[in-house]
Design a protein around this ligand. Structure first.
Ligand SMILES: Cc1cc2nc3c(=O)[nH]c(=O)nc-3n(C[C@H](O)[C@H](O)[C@H](O)COP(=O)(O)OP(=O)(O)OC[C@H]3O[C@@H](n4cnc5c(N)ncnc54)[C@H](O)[C@@H]3O)c2cc1C
Length: 573
């Protein structure tokens, strides 16, 4: 096993990871900073895939208070309110930083102000964007700055275990696999940021990038940390349905299409949202996704079992101009978004849940910080479109500042627990001792069972069935070998490791979903369709004890407002 050391180790190179690296370097230029990432820096993760844009209250008439209210009302009051407040206030600084320091060009109004578009579930048009491919602008500028600074990179390095120090009281570093050689690498660090970006890729239809397999959450569970709100998986209503032979199926057609006035049609060519919500297609993602599945279950479907999105009434030229990226994406799959109909289906998009963390991005494990989609609490029961990239850039920056400030007093290089490293290596090598099996088939089974039993509609019997099936799948995985005679660039090995993370985190989702016996936000129980009164609202917390997922509840702290109250005066509301 190779050994490396760095003052700050950042896992992941999305908005959270790269912002953290730049901020840490700015606060403490003398500290060594290393970004370790499963893919290539700047080319992987979901921040690059951000389409619609970035929520921030900038325009006259909008305010941080209004953005906060939309965020906690969208989150059905499950949010950790101080985190939500940090999100909406620091986003106002971050967007200036993105423009003025990093050089992002966002779309502008004729008077030179930043253009902000409508997104569903918001009371103000506050989504900053660069056309409909905003993430490429953000991640390219971030990556350029990281390349320009003295920041080390470990690309195609996969983190597999958070390793505690001898004595267990703090983190010593991270065990990684150099995917190019197959070699294990232990990276000792004084502070580590978990920013691997969650990503519900355990569902049959999903949007996140292929490199994401909930590794950060799985490592956090294995390291004894709590995850919260894991039942809250967001399904985006408009995943592209382009046939099972293409990975384009499941990829998202951005929220702005519905924001701009796009219609959803059943297989019969008629709109149906009026049967479900007065806001029609501009209702929040959870409501639209449920309505769509209900319509699909009624049998009112397109030839491939989905529904249509229809933009024709908005004018083909305008649709082409406003949604160039989406029009091209659809054309690649044989659909004409501007002048025709496109088949869509809800698709698993985002996990509101994640590692319990504080406003300064510290976690319960000294030395471990967390930011971005790996964390829980900011969005509560549902995330507003546009709050995801705000979350990762806001808290990524904070994490960089915090780590740099924390190290001088608390951050020591600690000797790792050797037995923990040995156990983690042995766990990764399990498939080497077994005859080659069909990993693809196991993955398909995971997709199906999560889609059917832990998907948009849930009930106790389905969730219990899923619990058993996931344990069985995990055991089967432990007896399944991989292809190839070398570990260098062994993609079946990586796939096996992906599945191990996904199955563990799927168990956490299932357990939390069973524990929440009500419907709230993104979580809908057919056997408990009502939302319970907000007074005694609690969030779910799961952790791993001797290989078993344990779930408990903890009361939500209403630190700024109670349900029913508002930060807005009557006039502003
Ligand atoms: C198609 C799509 C469109 C979206 N559109 C919007 C939008 O319009 N507005 C919005 O606010 N949000 C949007 N989101 C959500 C947004 O992308 C995320 O909220 C945010 O970018 C997450 O940032 P992150 O830094 O936490 O993770 P990511 O950007 O996903 O980065 C995670 C990084 O971790 C790396 N990694 C993963 N596992 C490991 C491992 N084991 N070891 C080392 N590295 C690892 C990955 O390779 C990647 O570099 C969209 C998401 C998708 C998928």
């Amino acid at each position: 096993m190779k050994r490396l050391s760095t003052d700050i180790l950042i896992l992941g190179s999305g908005g959270a990871g790269l912002f953290a690296a730049l901020h840490a370097k700015k606060v403490a230029p003398g500290l060594s900073v290393t970004v370790a990432v499963k893919g290539l820096l700047g080319k992987c993760g979901c921040t690059r895939m951000v389409q619609g844009g970035y929520n921030v209250a900038l325009a006259p008439g909008d305010s941080a208070e209004r953005h906060f209210m939309d965020t906690v009302e969208g989150g059905k009051f499950l949010n950790e309110q101080d985190l939500a407040w940090t999100l909406v206030t620091v986003a106002q600084l971050r967007i200036r930083e993105l423009e003025s320091e990093l050089g992002c060009f966002f779309d502008r109004n004729p008077d030179g102000t930043i253009h902000q578009k409508a997104f569903a579930g918001q009371t103000f048009d506050r989504t900053v964007h660069k056309g409909d491919l905003t993430g490429i602008e953000i991640i390219n500028r971030l990556a350029e700055q990281v390349w320009a600074h003295d920041i080390a990179r470990l690309e195609e390095h996969r983190a597999v275990a958070l390793i505690r120090a001898r004595g267990g009281d703090a983190l010593a570093g991270v065990l990684m696999i150099d995917m190019r050689s197959g070699e294990f690498v232990f990276v000792q660090a004084r502070a580590v940021l978990l920013a691997t970006g969650g990503g519900p890729t355990m569902y049959k239809y999903h949007t996140p990038s292929g490199d994401k397999s909930c590794d950060g959450m799985a490592m956090a569970l294995q390291a004894g940390l709590d995850l919260r709100d894991m039942e809250m998986v967001q399904f985006h209503p408009t995943g592209l349905l382009a046939g099972c032979e293409t990975r384009m199926t499941g990829t998202v057609l951005e929220e702005g299409l519905r924001g701009a006035g796009g219609y959803l049609l059943g297989g019969d060519g008629r709109r149906f949202m009026h049967n479900y919500d007065p806001r029609l297609e501009r209702a929040t993602r959870d409501i639209v996704s449920r309505a769509m599945i209900a319509e699909i279950r009624r049998g009112n479907t397109t030839p491939n079992g989905g529904l249509w999105i229809d933009m024709r009434h908005l004018g083909a030229a305008d649709v082409r101009r406003l949604f160039k990226g989406m029009v091209e994406r659809c054309a690649d799959c044989g659909f004409d978004l501007a002048g025709g109909l496109v088949e869509v289906i809800p698709t698993a998009h985002y996990m509101m849940g994640g590692v319990v963390f504080a406003q300064d991005c510290t976690t319960a494990l000294p030395g471990l910080f967390a930011a971005g989609e790996d964390t829980g609490g900011v969005h509560g029961g549902n995330r507003l479109g546009g709050n995801g990239v705000a979350n990762s850039t806001v808290f990524g920056g904070i994490a960089g500042d915090s780590m740099a400030a924390w190290i001088p007093e608390h951050g020591r290089f600690r000797e790792p627990d050797g037995s923990a490293i040995a156990a983690a290596i042995a766990a990764c090598r399990i498939p080497l001792d077994h005859p080659q099996g069909d990993i693809g088939a196991l993955r398909e089974r995971l997709y199906e069972l999560m889609w059917e039993d832990v998907g948009i509609f849930r009930d106790a019997s389905g969730l219990r069935r899923a619990e058993g099936a996931l344990v069985a799948l995990d055991e089967e995985l432990d007896h399944t070998g991989i292809a190839g005679d070398t570990l260098a660039f062994n993609l079946t090995w990586q796939d096996w490791l992906n599945l191990k993370s996904l199955v563990l985190v799927s168990r956490a989702i299932t357990s939390a979903a069973l524990a929440r016996e009500e419907s709230r936000g993104a979580h809908f129980r057919s056997d408990f369709p009502a939302t319970t009164p907000d007074e005694n609202l609690a969030f779910t917390k799961v952790w791993l004890a001797d290989g078993v997922i344990v779930c408990d509840h903890e009361p939500v702290r209403f630190t700024r407002i109670r349900p029913g109250e508002s930060l807005l005066g009557n006039a502003a509301a």
